[in-house]
Design a protein around this ligand. Structure first.
Ligand SMILES: Nc1ncnc2c1ncn2[C@@H]1O[C@H](COP(=O)(O)OP(=O)(O)OP(=O)(O)O)[C@@H](O)[C@H]1O
Ligand code: NI
Length: 331
């Protein structure tokens, strides 16, 4: 068993005996209490991520993807109530006290957050922002932190790392700012990277470059938890795909298999809505997380809806080898 995370296996070649479950999420539920309602943002999720996996969580806006990522790293807003468990190593991250989370965050599990413009400190030199996690975790001296930062900047494509170190975020393009966020996430050499929409708002060429950088991490065996609504990014980066809808997972399996043969009508709809498939969007909108229907949450929009779907909430079932789906069609 390789615990360094650098196992060197290329995509799809994970010998069974060498695979270790790294994160195990069970019954995860996140509810936001607002003045007027309870918002069931994550309701209820079971999910495991093996060491070296690149798991992608895909789904439409508002389905709960970012909240899942924030829960995994313990940065949920104050009005969030969380239940269930997220096992990492010997710990349950849901129950862990903030001082334990501080040890894990950035060092073991790091997040590239969704909004690059807001995630960086506008009045702090980017070099200092990248080096900061090393100093917070007391992993090295200030001098070594600077060296490591310069090396990382270089490996992430900054032509003049010394000059980049002393600049401020606004002096960089969107693509370079995304690289800075990736550097902040990578600096402590964490086991797991959570990347939340890492290519949102970037033009096609820059997007390809950023995906390439993240792909290098995956190829080198780092565990990735990718959050996106970009099917192209999911197909390129992940080996497992979890389709999320209205706070729950509707389908999960090896990415290639899910894309080649989507089982859930929602996944089928998502794929049909891609430009390459002729842009046929799924009619209707997803239900509000304040008022989920009693039956299947996709039933109102589902072309294969049956009477049972409106009355009963389907559970996740094993449909074929290594695939699971939450749909009565496979019952
Ligand atoms: N602090 C909060 N208070 C109340 N509701 C919230 C809060 N944060 C998120 N939500 C709600 O939780 C639900 C899930 O939000 P989340 O940001 O996880 O969606 P998402 O899948 O990441 O969407 P997107 O693709 O747009 O980023 C949404 O209905 C959102 O409005
Ligand atoms: Ni999001």
């Amino acid at each position: 068993m390789n615990v360094s995370g650098q196992n060197g296996y290329s995509e799809g070649k994970y010998p069974e005996a060498d695979v270790m479950e790294l994160i195990h999420i069970t019954g995860l539920k996140v509810v936001f209490s607002t003045r007027s309602e309870e918002i069931r943002a994550v309701d209820i999720v079971d999910l495991s991520i093996d060491e070296g996996d690149a798991l992608c969580l895909i789904g439409e806006s508002g389905c709960g993807k970012t909240v899942m990522g924030m829960a995994a790293i313990g940065i949920l807003p104050k009005n969030a109530g969380i239940t269930g468990s997220i096992r990492y190593g010997g710990q349950d991250l849901v129950a862990a006290p903030e001082r334990s989370m501080k040890q894990i965050r950035g060092r073991e599990i790091a997040m590239i957050s969704q909004n690059s413009a807001n995630a960086l400190n506008p009045v702090m030199k980017v070099g200092d922002q990248i080096a900061e996690p090393l100093l917070i975790h007391r992993l090295c001296s200030q001098k070594e932190a600077r060296e490591k930062t310069l090396q990382l900047l270089e490996s992430l494509g900054f032509e003049n790392p010394t000059q980049a170190f002393d600049r401020y975020p606004h002096e960089f393009s969107g693509g370079m700012r995304e690289r800075i966020l990736i550097a902040i996430a990578l600096i402590c050499n964490p086991r797991v990277i959570i990347a939340d929409e890492p290519t949102a708002g970037l033009d096609a060429q820059v997007k390809t470059q950023i995906l390439g950088l993240i792909k290098n991490q995956v190829t080198n065996g780092r565990t990735l938890f990718l959050i996106t609504h970009d099917m192209g990014a999911a197909a390129f980066l992940s080996n497992r795909l979890a389709v999320m809808y209205a706070g729950e997972i509707l389908e999960i399996g090896p990415t290639k298999e899910v894309l080649a043969l989507p089982l859930h009508p929602y996944t089928q709809g998502l794929l049909a809505s891609l430009p390459s498939a002729g842009l046929h969007p799924i009619p209707g909108v997803s239900p509000s997380p304040a008022h989920f229907p009693a039956g299947c949450r996709f039933s109102d929009r589902c072309p294969a809806v049956q009477e049972r779907c409106r009355a009963e909430h389907p559970v996740m079932i094993a449909a074929r080898d290594s695939r699971q789906v939450r749909c009565f069609l496979y019952d």
